[in-house]
Design a protein around this ligand. Structure first.
Ligand SMILES: C[S@@+](CC[C@H](N)C(=O)[O-])C[C@H]1O[C@@H](n2cnc3c(N)ncnc32)[C@H](O)[C@@H]1O
Length: 509
């Protein structure tokens, strides 16, 4: 038996991926994907293209669902690359061919948009209006989490139902509790229900549902009539951790509507949250950039370790480094701190570079910094101008067809013995994991951004532009691909954490 997850793991999942999980399963049902897949062992598996034709859906969209279903064990995959074939796992087929069970699933589908109005329901303590109807969202939460369960189906089917209906409901509950300031309030001191009501101006009916469902999740606890955080949650949400959780919930909330309409995006590539639209992108990244700044210290540790790793094979003294899509500047700055003579060019949109300038000043590397505003989709980066070029978490914003173009511009800009460093979420060779990476990839697809690739998929694209030598080195939370022309020394494994010079240790920019 797999051990049940700790509250820390659960909170991480609810904040980031639980709504993706429900959306994946609900979109698959709406699209007819479960019916279109042959059952494993009973019929021949089918290719992605053939499924896409049957369902009239985008192959890329369908692939982002199927790879997740395979990773979760709900579907199976045979073969690799273009020869991949898919089928429905026998257990999944067992419960999804049960009409009473699928009727229960179908009944959940209309609740996605009304659940997005949970904060309104909590404020009013009564049903909310949506699409000309009234929806008892609080009653729905009670039915999902608080009422005694009925007879139920098999454990596998009940687990599927939980992921299908309750996963997203958990995310939305936390989003609401964060947005209404309830999590902060519960963290300060235990309060009775009337005290909570007086402090928040929320209805008791609404508050009661939220704190009781939070109790079912192990986050709150009642003692002597007063509600507060559970001891485990209190420990986890100490210090800056609560603010960090609330910020990541706010990022997840931005995807809610698009996740509820994921089937439309998979069918027609109609992007409900289109980050290629400059206005949408500006609003989205304004929120996201708070998050990027909040994680600067932990990313800096990671990028410094990557710089130390590369420096062990290829000295960085006097090196000219280009950091494309620099964001907070966390990667370029790590290379600037690697030696006192490394020069770094930080490339991003002009508006982003203001913050980078401040960060390089507080890290005392501004005297060796150059700021280059531009558009990475079209910018010519010059010829043989850099020893190291970094593409940190930026390729995933480019649609797949744009990758050969940026790789050829980057290869041209590298000196003959230069090294390209890509930091990305790299998929397993079968493209069926890791799960967190696949969820990240689903969000990139649904926002009209890029694809995640496996190491050999990167290798093939890089070989096409002459960077035939590549290695993939896992970092603690993502992967690093290093690429060069033949004959350039590349490291093969990550430098130990204690090899990063101490005086350079991470500090908040
Ligand atoms: C996901 S962030 C990565 C930030 C940083 N490299 C890191 O690892 O934290 C992607 C960055 O690419 C930048 N970006 C996106 N589209 C761009 C474009 N067309 N031209 C220049 N920069 C762009 C964004 O402004 C953002 O800073």
């Amino acid at each position: 038996m797999t051990p049940s997850p700790s509250l820390a793991q659960s909170l991480h999942f609810w904040a980031r991926n639980a709504s993706n999980e429900s959306a994946l399963l609900q979109a698959s049902l709406r699209l007819g994907l479960f019916d279109a897949l042959p059952v494993d062992g009973a019929a021949e598996p089918v290719s992605l293209e053939s499924l896409a034709r049957t369902l009239g859906a985008s192959p890329r969209g369908l692939r982002s669902l199927l790879e997740l279903l395979v990773c979760m064990g709900l579907a199976v995959q045979e073969g690799q690359d273009a020869g991949r074939r898919f089928a429905l796992a026998r257990t999944t087929a067992g419960f999804l061919r049960d009409a009473a069970f699928t009727a229960r699933l179908q009944a959940e589908l209309p609740w996605w948009a009304p659940m997005g109005l949970l904060d309104e329901a909590v404020k009013r303590g009564e049903p909310v209006e949506h699409g000309g109807q009234r929806w008892d969202v609080l009653g729905h939460y009670r039915a999902l989490f608080l009422d005694a369960p009925g007879a139920g189906a098999s454990p596998e089917a009940e687990d599927f139902f939980d992921r299908f209906a309750r996963s997203a409901a958990r995310t939305q509950l936390l989003v609401t509790a964060g947005r209404l300031g309830l999590l902060e309030l519960l963290a300060t001191a235990p309060r009775t229900m009337p005290e909570l009501g007086a402090a928040t101006y929320l209805t008791t009916a609404g508050l009661r549902v939220v704190v009781e469902v939070l109790a079912r999740l192990g986050i709150t606890r009642e003692e002597g009539g007063a509600w507060g955080l559970s001891p485990e949650a209190r420990q986890l949400l100490e210090g800056k951790a609560l603010a960090y959780l609330v910020r990541s919930l706010s990022v997840s909330a931005q995807y809610w509507e698009a996740l509820g309409r994921l089937d439309e995006t998979v069918r027609h590539e109609h992007f409900v949250l289109d980050l290629k639209d400059p206005e949408v992108s500006r609003r989205f990244y304004a929120d996201n950039s708070n998050q990027i700044t909040a994680v600067f210290a932990s990313h800096f540790q990671l990028s410094r370790r990557a710089a130390t790793t590369l420096a062990q094979a290829r000295p960085l003294e006097g090196a000219a480094v280009l950091d494309i899509g620099t964001g907070s500047g966390v990667w370029g700055a790590a290379f600037a701190r690697a030696t006192p003579t490394t020069h770094v060019t930080y490339f991003d949109q002009a508006v982003v570079l203001e913050q980078v300038r401040r960060n390089t000043e507080s890290l005392k590397v501004a005297d060796r910094a150059r700021f280059w505003p531009g558009d990475l989709f079209t910018q010519d980066f010059g010829a043989a101008a850099f020893d190291v070029i970094i593409l940190p978490q930026v390729l995933n914003v480019l649609r797949p067809e744009a990758l050969p173009g940026i790789f050829s511009r980057v290869a041209r800009a590298l000196r003959p013995d230069g090294v390209l460093l890509i930091a990305e979420y790299v998929l397993d060779e079968r493209r069926d994991g890791p799960l967190d990476h696949l969820y990240f990839g689903l969000r990139r697809f649904m926002t009209n951004e890029g694809d995640l690739l496996s190491a050999s998929e990167y290798g093939r694209l890089l070989a096409d532009v002459g960077l035939t030598s590549t290695v993939c080195i896992p970092l603690p939370t993502q992967e690093m691909i290093l690429a060069s022309r033949p004959g350039v020394a590349l490291p093969t494994r990550l430098a130990p954490a204690d090899s990063v010079p101490r005086q350079e240790s991470a500090r908040r920019a």
